[in-house]
Design a protein around this ligand. Sequence first.
Ligand code: ATP
Ligand code: MG
Length: 261
Amino acid sequence: MTDTPTAGAEMLRAENIVKRFGPVTALNGVSLRLRCGEILGILGDNGAGKSTLMKILTGYQPQTSGKLFVDGVETTLRSVDHARALGIECVYQDLALANSLSIYHNIFLNREILYPGLHILNNRAMRREAVRCLEEIGVSVPSVEAEVGSLSGGQRQAIAIARAVQGKARILLLDEPLAAMGAREAALIIDLILRLKAEGDMSIIMIMHNYAQTLDIADRIMLMQHGQVTYENDARATSVPELMTIVRREYQNFQVHRQSA
Ligand SMILES: Nc1ncnc2c1ncn2[C@@H]1O[C@H](COP(=O)(O)OP(=O)(O)OP(=O)(O)O)[C@@H](O)[C@H]1O
Ligand SMILES: [Mg+2]
């Protein structure tokens, strides 16, 4: 499709994205830029608009206004499949895995390998590819035949990421990949994210709740509050106390603003 992009090249850009749901303005002019090989961490309160932004970047729902650019080219994402064809994959907050199916069926969910010319699943090929894919990204599971419902939250998240990576993602969007995880499970996923980054040309946007974890993993962070980006910086140039001060101040401003409106 395109040549291998150089590190630092712009992969994805959003300009002034607005999203309204009837009277609710979920996003009120959000802009962002994601470069090749970069991890962008998005922080923000419940209801700040983070998941809504992800869903727009991944073609799940259209913006009300604003522009998207993929590889520097203005693009209207028509669907999740369209975004996927451009190399954009999302692991949603609710994962969307089928718990009663095996790991390998989940990895190939909605893009099953069929025998050529037949409508019959090639389970052997999918098993083999699933094993290869999990090995490649360093995820260990007892067996690819295991039901996803029997896995821990961390393992399930890893399978969801494996599925996105198997789909040849160049831009990976992760919505709360560490939500409701213990320290050990979170470490597994952090490790996986950092390994994907180390491999080179994967660019990642991840929505996070934990400030310290975000500063550890991300190259750049963005703070979203009430549908807007209120702060953006290199992860190394900021700190947890600074972020907390900004959140508190913004929140107070917003309250004052709302009361006087
Ligand atoms: N389909 C929808 N219809 C109506 N309102 C919606 C819809 N999706 C999101 N919203 C509203 O948009 C706002 C932003 O929601 P969003 O899910 O993007 O927040 P979030 O930052 O992901 O929050 P959380 O941290 O809780 O996941 C909220 O006020 C929410 O109620
Ligand atoms: Mg959300």
